[in-house]
Design a protein around this ligand. Sequence first.
Ligand code: ACO
Length: 422
Amino acid sequence: MAETITITDNRTGESIEIPLVDGTVDAKAWRDLLPGIWFDDPSFSATSGADSAITFLDGGAGLLRYRGYPIEQLAGSTSFLEVAHLLVRGELPNGPQLKAWKSEISEAAPIHENFHKRILEGFRDDAHAMGVLVSSIAAMSTFWPDSKNIEDPDQRRCEIVRLIAKMPTVAASAYRRSEGLPYVLPDPDLDYTSNFLAMMFKTGEAPYVVDPILHDAMDMLFVLHADHEQNCSTTTARVVGSAHADPYVTVSAAASALYGPRHGGANEAVLRMLTEIGEYGNVDAFMDGVKAGDQKLMGFGHRVYKNYDPRARIVKDTAHRVFDVTGTNPLLDIALKLEEVALADPYFIDRKLYPNVDFYSGLIYQSMGFPVEMFTVLFTIGRTPGWLAHWDEMLTQNSRIARPRQRYTGPADRDVPTIDER
Ligand code: ACO
């Protein structure tokens, strides 16, 4: 059977046949045959924005794979740096490649002293950590003007290493600044995640010792957040990058999109929601409010998952392991009850609303000692290799600048009135 669709223009009676390729219709073929007819799709619900070989996602079946590898296999058997290598270099590293990759990253981890003094110290004491991070990433563009040379693959490779390496350093520094604590410099003898935790929580001169279960949980959470195909922030990275902006402002723009509570900011919003509900006994009344449209159940729902988010399942299992070390989080019972009520309620069943990656992650972060303002910062560290992999892929595809059309709904042609006529 032919893999095509036929469209009849009832204004003229003309029919055209357009090939279907991997479930998509080539917009160029459409445009050539039906000039001036645009798809009206402001939230890109039915628009493929990229050809990408990085992540496969089947939201109906609840499947997620990075470069073909199922997330369930990657989480727990590969470190975040291995997954970062998979995303930005195309394959998991072998032994010597991993050794070289680790040293490239740890050599690039420090940030310029002026960065602490002039950029970070400029913020208000109560500045939100995500606001500080977003601005700091953009400010890095001024430290590496060569990064504007985005058409040089070697330069891109260098900037990708810098951004992955420096993100934990900037993130931890943003936290310590807000707490009035002295900055901790990166330690080249520590692995990526231990180094981040040490830069966050080290006090005094004694070496920072991290519990292996908490280390592995943090590292795995970075793996789970590393990529998610054309989500809002990654699409932002591709759109901004398509204008040939440098990688720092591109990643800063992506992080800004992530900051929103409908996207990566949901992990913080979930914790605030659970705290506001406060007691197990308040869950039913809260859920009645959700169904009446008073508020959203944060950490639930997804544009593409119409099944349980596979990452949420792994996060939920991880939460139990973490709580064995830290003691249980009192908000866990409320979260479990919310999930139980939602999964049995026709409002959520009919709309195919399930927990997403953000529903349980905040409980883990809080139990590990992170303040809520840091939750989306943690997501940013994890997602950085994904954004950069898409940015690099887009630039190797000789892509054109992103520039959608619009449906104009404003006034028709009219004359400018004088000030007295207005
Ligand atoms: N609570 C209650 N109702 C919801 C929720 C929710 N969390 N999510 C969607 N719905 C309802 C909508 O109101 C809508 O109902 P209607 O058909 O009666 O109008 C229906 O479900 C369909 O929802 P859409 O608005 O079409 O979903 P959309 O794909 O546009 O939005 C989003 C997805 C933004 C994730 C949404 O589900 C939401 O706001 N969730 C809460 C925030 C959240 O957890 N975000 C994190 C997502 S994962 C990530 O980005 C890392």
